[in-house]
Ligand binder design. Structure first.
Ligand code: PGA
Length: 254
């Protein structure tokens, strides 16, 4: 029998919570959320708050954290860029790549996303590859094609060892920040498409790969989403910004 996958509760703060708010958040959240050995909790603060997160969470090694984005290059003249090589010194151990807001606002392509995955893996960070379809793509019946293309192109530059270390987040663009959540059945369908593709892709450990759902997750729908087949955790934006709401989400299944 295969081992169960450890659930992951991930918070994506996007452009919220600077260093001062980060310290206050961690203090309040830590008071409400005790360590749990049966799940991983990870927060993606803005890069400018990584050091503040590390300092505030220094007594709580169970609270993991990561970077929301890194540059495709290791170094050079890239004003405002953050090199993956700079990240481990903050204590962060995770990195997002391919979030739909990066794709939409900054033009990140699947090729860029693949290069970012390489950069994250090179320095030992654990990448979460974010994929998902727009409403137009879904309505045109292109769900599977879009997910398959995003995954195939992003995985292309990765070796077997790197592929085996990836986690994934299915985030339908139409459900992000809209209050419109994918139904548990929608999530299960998309997660099955992703896992099926990992079975076919060389080097991917489809059975052990963690696939998160993201898009308007909140305390009221967390249980139903986590119960959906193939959903191994969540990536939460808006509802992770309040420490009480985030603690309620991270208590699911306890
Ligand atoms: P949301 O964002 O929970 O606010 O919909 C999720 C995400 O973009 O990661």
């Amino acid at each position: 029998m295969s081992e169960p996958r450890t659930p992951v509760f991930a918070a994506n703060w996007k452009m919220s919570h600077g260093p001062a708010e980060t310290g206050a958040f961690v203090e309040r959240f830590a008071a409400r959320h005790g360590p749990r050995g049966d799940a991983t909790v990870v927060v993606f603060p803005p890069a400018i708050s990584l050091a503040a997160f590390a300092a505030a969470a220094s007594g709580r090694p169970d609270l993991e954290f990561g970077v929301q984005d890194v540059h495709t290059e290791v170094e050079g003249a890239h004003t405002s860029g953050i090199s993956a090589a700079m990240v481990p010194a903050t204590g962060a151990t995770w990195g997002l790549a391919g979030h739909s807001e990066r794709r939409r606002e900054f033009g990140d392509t699947d090729v860029d996303v693949g290069r970012k995955l390489v950069r994250l893996l090179e320095v030992g960070l654990r990448p979460v590859l974010c994929v998902g379809e727009t409403l137009d793509e879904r309505e045109a019946g292109r769900l599977a094609t879009v997910l398959e293309t995003q995954i195939r192109d992003a995985l292309r530059p990765l070796g077997r060892e790197g592929r085996a270390r990836l986690a994934y987040a299915y985030e339908p663009v139409w459900a992000i920040g809209t209050g419109r959540t994918a139904s548990p059945a929608d999530a299960a369908e998309a997660h099955a498409i992703i896992r099926e593709q990992l079975v076919r892709a060389e080097g991917c450990d489809a059975e052990r790969a963690v696939i998160l759902y993201g898009g308007s997750v909140k305390p009221a729908n967390i249980d139903a989403l986590l119960a959906a087949p193939g959903v191994d955790g969540v990536l939460v934006g808006g509802a992770s910004l309040d420490p009480d709401s985030w603690a309620a989400i991270c208590a699911a299944g306890r």
